[in-house]
Design a protein around this ligand. Structure first.
Ligand SMILES: Cc1cc2nc3c(=O)[nH]c(=O)nc-3n(C[C@H](O)[C@H](O)[C@H](O)COP(=O)(O)O)c2cc1C
Length: 265
């Protein structure tokens, strides 16, 4: 499936994590069909996939302690699954999952990446998962309450969890005056990517022939690979590059680099 870049580019600005859903608003059958279709068709890498599960997500969070990860009343969820034999599985699942999340956003649905704070064994009991695969993350889907409750506002630090670092803190390489037109919007889109605990672990290296995404922050991973976050930023970067008329390919790289978006000449 080709990336519907103008549709997903608009969704990058619109998307934000929502955790409390409205039980009274059921998803329209057309939205479910469209979501199921994108899950089966957006498979950019053979070792990463997604599955829509049209069952309440509550059982998947049952018994999880603490407020982070608390998701309530979502009527459905999407499992994001990777084949652990692939050395680049984390970034591939991040990239694939964010495509599905941007499509859900474009359909008017709400989502929230959750990795670490859910019960993968419950998810695996609801879908088929081979012994090489793991459910690395999920996202609830549905319609969130129109207005955030106090509890949800507290959880997001009254919107602070949506703040991002300045581009100047993330970027190295070619000086700004030498950037071709597609570079700035692509870096901006990568900057807006969501990440676990909003840690924004990515760095972005601008070169003559493309942009390399690398893990740019030290510190513990807390059970969720920073390469997963970087895969999400990669998808944002490519969506914006395409939207600026620039096509390219990803070359996966060993740690601490993640992948280079090489422009097609
Ligand atoms: C890989 C990943 C894992 C996440 N895990 C959780 C989680 O377990 N619980 C949760 O409430 N939010 C989780 N989030 C949501 C982040 O906290 C959120 O994306 C970040 O604070 C930025 O906020 P925004 O998505 O509203 O822009 C996760 C996000 C990512 C990308």
């Amino acid at each position: 499936m080709d990336i519907p870049f103008s549709r997903w580019h608009l969704a990058i600005e619109k998307r934000r994590s929502r955790r409390y859903f409205d039980l009274n608003l059921s998803m329209a059958p057309e939205a479910l069909t469209a979501l199921d279709k994108v899950c089966s068709q957006f498979v950019p890498f053979p070792h990463a996939r997604s599955r829509l599960v049209t069952e309440s997500a509550d059982s998947v969070f049952k018994g999880i302690i603490g407020s982070y990860g608390k998701v309530r009343d979502a009527p459905a969820f999407i499992a994001l699954i990777g084949n652990m034999d692939d050395p680049f599985v984390q970034e591939k699942v991040g990239y694939t999952g964010e495509g599905i999340i941007l499509e859900a956003t474009a359909l008017g649905l709400n989502t929230c990446w959750v990795a670490g704070f859910f019960r993968p064994e419950i998810v695996a009991s609801l879908i088929e998962v081979s012994n090489k695969e793991r459910v690395l993350a999920i996202t609830p889907v549905g319609y969130a309450h129109q207005f955030e409750s106090w509890q949800e506002k507290l959880m997001t630090g009254f919107g602070r969890s949506h703040n991002r670092r300045a581009l100047s803190k993330l970027v190295r390489g070619l000086p700004r005056e030498k950037w071709p037109d597609w570079v700035n919007p692509s870096l901006e889109a990568a900057r807006l990517a969501p990440s676990a605990a909003n840690r924004q672990p990515w760095g972005l290296d601008v070169q003559d022939d493309g942009i390399t995404v690398f893990v740019g922050t030290m510190g513990p991973e807390f059970n969720v690979s920073k390469r997963l976050d970087c895969g999400i930023a990669m998808l944002h970067l490519e969506v914006a590059a395409l939207n600026s008329g620039c096509k390219g390919e990803w070359e996966f790289l060993p740690s601490p680099q993640v992948a280079k978006f090489k422009i097609r000449s």
